[in-house]
Design a protein around this ligand. Structure first.
Ligand code: AP5
Ligand code: MG
Length: 212
């Protein structure tokens, strides 16, 4: 175990680059990457009870009920690979989830990635995902159609279409954006401009983490 654990939250609208950055931060810092979206998609793919229950919410771009998500995250962060810390991507997404998290553990830093709607739509509509490892690609930079990590054929998420993205954005503004003030008032929030290159955003995130 390291001297100090690192517990981070990545906040931001759909398509801001949370998953893209989380993968890189997790690799650079050796901490677990916990994406509630990836966990739900995996459950949907293998048709667990949780996956079947979540499917209608995810496909409409609505949030899965808090109690389901909170139970799932609680169990996940109790696993041994979270002992050195973890990075939460897509959780919490409501004040009730943030309150529940505060009863389980203390978070060191909340990184809020801002992005413009125009870029969000371009990024999401061109995103392709690996069904096995959850890695995201963009068709403008990756045209082979297969994952460079595991060789699986990439697919497009069922919620990655213009109509659902608009609803996901509305849900974000209504239910998740209030967490910006929530964490700001706790003195834990740092905000970054996500409309830059992946490398520029990553560099800024890593310097915030290194300053902890
Ligand atoms: P989730 O999977 O969490 O989706 P999301 O929050 O809508 O965010 P995305 O995954 O769409 O975007 P991202 O920020 O990760 O962007 P990415 O890095 O992939 O949730 C899906 C659904 O599950 C929810 O709608 C809900 O139903 C349910 N759910 C999940 N968590 C829940 C919770 N806590 N409570 C209740 N329900 C929950 O990047 C997007 C694209 O842009 C990629 O192609 C990438 O290559 C590209 N890109 C990224 N960064 C850059 C950059 N800097 N420059 C250029 N391209 C970039
Ligand atoms: Mg994501």
């Amino acid at each position: 175990m390291r001297d100090r654990t690192i517990k981070l939250i990545l906040l931001g609208p759909p398509g801001a680059g949370k998953g893209t950055q989380a993968e890189r931060i997790s690799e650079a810092k050796g901490i677990a990457h916990i994406s509630t979206g990836d966990m739900l998609r995996m459950n949907m793919r293998i048709e667990t009870e949780l996956g079947i229950a979540a499917k209608t919410y995810v496909e409409k771009g609505e949030l899965v009920p808090d109690e389901v998500i909170i139970g799932m995250v609680k169990e996940r962060i109790s696993k041994p690979d979270c002992e050195d810390g973890f990075l939460l991507d897509g959780f919490p997404r409501t004040v009730a989830q943030a309150d529940a998290l505060s009863l389980i553990t203390d978070i060191d830093l909340v990184i809020n990635i801002e992005s413009s709607e125009e870029l969000i739509l371009k990024r999401i509509c061109g995103r392709r995902m690996c069904p096995a490892c959850g890695k995201a690609f963009h068709i403008s930079r990756h045209d082979s159609g297969v994952c460079d990590k595991c060789g699986c054929e990439l697919y497009q998420r069922t919620d990655d279409n213009q109509e659902t993205v608009r609803n996901r954005l509305a849900v974000y503004y209504r239910q998740t954006e209030p967490l910006i003030d929530y964490y700001r008032s706790l003195g834990k929030l740092r905000t970054l401009d996500g409309d830059r290159s992946i490398e520029e955003v990553l560099r800024d995130i890593l310097s915030l983490v290194d300053a902890l």
